[in-house]
Design a protein around this ligand. Structure first.
Ligand SMILES: Nc1nc2c(ncn2[C@@H]2O[C@H](COP(=O)(O)OP(=O)(O)OP(=O)(O)O)[C@@H](O)[C@H]2O)c(=O)[nH]1
Ligand SMILES: [Mg+2]
Ligand SMILES: [Zn+2]
Length: 312
């Protein structure tokens, strides 16, 4: 009889597939309990014990779980326990996220201040300090790249410029990704999130597709969230690109989601505590800042929306 048959293993949910969950068992973490002939991470197609369903526990990608009834031959198992979550990102839905990288291409699709800002606001809203990855920098000149870097700096953000065409910036990305447990790659369709993962993990080859020439947008190639392991065990989440991230906050909190406004408002205070920074007397916010007109647009949409504001 198989000596390990009744051993339990700990793993991470890396994808959801219809009613099943794919759980990856990290070799290093489970060495003692894995069969002798297993020498690398394995992925198991799992169902969940019905008691978990009774408890109303919804398991998502990123959750840490324990599995039993392991069938090595058919790569199947059953989840019987879920670890409490350390964090949860709502959109894209991923548990235990430790870092979010927003991928934005400088061209194809073209850098769009409003779209970039919407993604940044979503992260700020969830109290996450995002890293911006500027992709496809092989498509523009060095001078234009410097303009983009300075623009993002004036908004209060650092960025990592990369290109998979000539492997530019890849080492610096690996260094960042391996320092944290689970990084979500978010951003619009077509900016190169999946291409980046293919480039970073040469053993995988996920489908990618060219940006539509006509619409100049991505074609929504990735359909589901999936986690992939880097060599040191850190995880990267590939996510479907969406163009309408969700922003839910009170109008009076909106300004605090813009770092460049925040810096000003920390230094000096507006006369009224709930200032919306429009034309109120004694408002200290500099209305010449690049993203001020975008702020006003969002603010007006929020104020005029009868329902809780859910992005546009
Ligand atoms: N020139 C250039 N093209 C790139 C680079 N990275 C990715 N691409 C191209 O961009 C296109 C879109 O890439 P994907 O990786 O599918 O983009 P995605 O962000 O995963 O898109 P969705 O899955 O739809 O969200 C592909 O044709 C890639 O070859 C790059 O660094 N330079
Ligand atoms: Mg993709
Ligand atoms: Zn004000």
């Amino acid at each position: 009889m198989n000596k390990n048959k009744f051993k339990n293993l700990k793993g991470t949910v890396v994808a959801l597939k219809a009613n099943f969950l794919i759980v990856e068992i990290d070799f290093e973490d489970n060495k003692q309990d894995l069969l002798d002939n297993v020498s690398e991470n394995i992925r198991l197609l799992c169902t969940r014990r019905s008691k978990l369903e009774y408890q109303g526990l919804f398991i998502d990608v990123g959750d840490s779980v324990y599995v039993e009834s392991i069938d090595y031959k058919n790569k199947r198992a059953v989840i019987y326990k879920v670890e409490p979550r350390k964090s949860f990102l709502k959109r894209p839905a991923v548990a235990n996220v430790t870092s979010v990288s927003i991928c934005i291409s400088v061209d194809e699709p073209l850098f769009d201040m409003k779209q970039v800002s919407r993604f940044l606001l979503t992260a700020e809203c969830a109290n996450i300090q995002p890293l911006i990855i500027l992709t496809k920098i092989d498509l523009i000149t060095k001078n234009d790249l410097i303009l983009y870097i300075n623009k993002l700096k004036s908004w209060g953000y650092d960025c990592v410029p990369v290109s998979i065409q000539n492997s530019y910036g890849i080492d610096s990305l690996i260094e960042r990704f391996t320092k944290t447990k689970l990084t979500v790659l978010a951003g619009p369709s077509g900016v190169g999130k999946t291409s980046l993962i293919n480039h970073l993990i040469p053993t995988i080859s996920l489908p990618t597709s060219a940006v539509s020439k006509k619409l100049k947008r991505g074609t929504h190639t990735t359909r589901h969230v999936e986690l992939f392991s880097l060599e040191n065990g850190s995880l990267l989440a590939d996510t479907p690109g969406f163009n309408r991230p969700e922003i839910v906050c009170e109008p009076s909190d909106l300004a605090s989601l813009f770092p460049e406004f925040r810096t000003q408002l920390i230094k000096s205070q507006c006369k009224f505590r709930n200032c919306l920074h429009r034309d109120e007397p004694g408002c200290v916010l500099n209305k010449d800042l690049e993203r001020y007109s975008f702020y006003r647009e969002k603010l007006d949409e929020m104020i005029n929306s009868p329902l809780p504001y859910l992005g546009d």
